[in-house]
Design a binder for this molecule. Structure first.
Ligand code: MG
Length: 249
């Protein structure tokens, strides 16, 4: 069941979203060659706790850390650790914060120092595919209109869309209905309504869309070892056309 949020709930989600956005801004400043993914995790955890919020991911399904840090061929759910970032890497950072019972969820992929033209194009196309998708995040459109717009833009640019992981409704829980694929035909699924809060999150690969989970039971990687990128915001379907991005400052 897709929940419609009240004004009060939406205000709490805005506050959760601002905390997530602030944590992402912090990560953006910290990322450089030589820093470990664990250092990023610790900084974000402190930032979220200092904002009187809870790192949503820590303990979720047993996930051990506060952020997901997925480097290069890692798609999502990378576990922060001692790995040092190297010049030329790309890193997808996914952050969730729960504030007074409501969740904000957003992901950004960064280049570490100077990166290849292909890596930069991947990051740019992934981000832009999100905005192509949310052009349809308006009352009256159907959910798969977003999915189709993401897939079309990604494939026009020669990349592929991950099938095995999808976006989701978000609110009191991180994963609520509906699941939101980043692929599919337009004109299907529920009609979008004011008060829905959705995490739209294209995961885009340079090569095949096929992915596999590593032996740590978490980290998802591309089967061909090529790069992957992720971009996500929590958005609100509004009554005035434009969606509101909740995870931006
Ligand atoms: Mg998400």
């Amino acid at each position: 069941m897709i929940t419609i949020k009240s004004h009060k709930e939406i205000e709490l989600m805005r506050q959760a979203g601002r905390i997530v956005a602030g944590a992402h801004a912090l990560v953006g400043k910290l990322i450089r060659p030589g820093i470990t993914t664990l250092e990023l995790d610790r900084a974000v955890e402190k930032y979220i706790k200092d904002a009187d919020a809870i790192p949503t991911f820590k303990g979720y399904g047993g996930f051990p850390k506060s952020i997901c840090a997925s480097v290069n061929e890692e798609v999502v759910h990378g576990i922060p650790g001692k790995r040092k970032l190297l010049e030329g890497d790309i890193i997808s950072v996914d952050i969730g914060a729960t504030y007074q019972g409501y969740v904000g969820d957003a992901a950004v992929t960064h280049g570490v120092g100077a990166i290849s033209d292909e890596a930069q194009k991947l990051i740019d196309v992934t981000r832009e595919s999100f905005f192509k998708g949310i052009a349809y995040a308006r009352e009256g459109y159907r959910l798969s209109d977003i999915s189709n717009a993401v897939q079309t833009y990604v494939e026009e640019n020669g990349f592929s869309v991950v099938r095995d992981y999808v976006g989701h409704g978000v609110g009191k829980k991180m994963h609520e209905d509906p699941p939101i694929p980043n692929y599919g035909l337009e004109g299907h699924g529920p009609r979008l309504r004011q008060g829905m809060t959705l995490a739209i999150e294209p995961m885009v690969n340079v090569g095949t869309y096929e992915v596999v989970v590593l032996d740590n039971d978490w980290t998802v990687v591309t089967t061909d070892g090529k790069l992957s990128s992720h971009y996500e915001h929590t958005i609100l379907i509004t009554g005035n056309g434009e969606p509101e991005l909740l995870t931006v400052i």
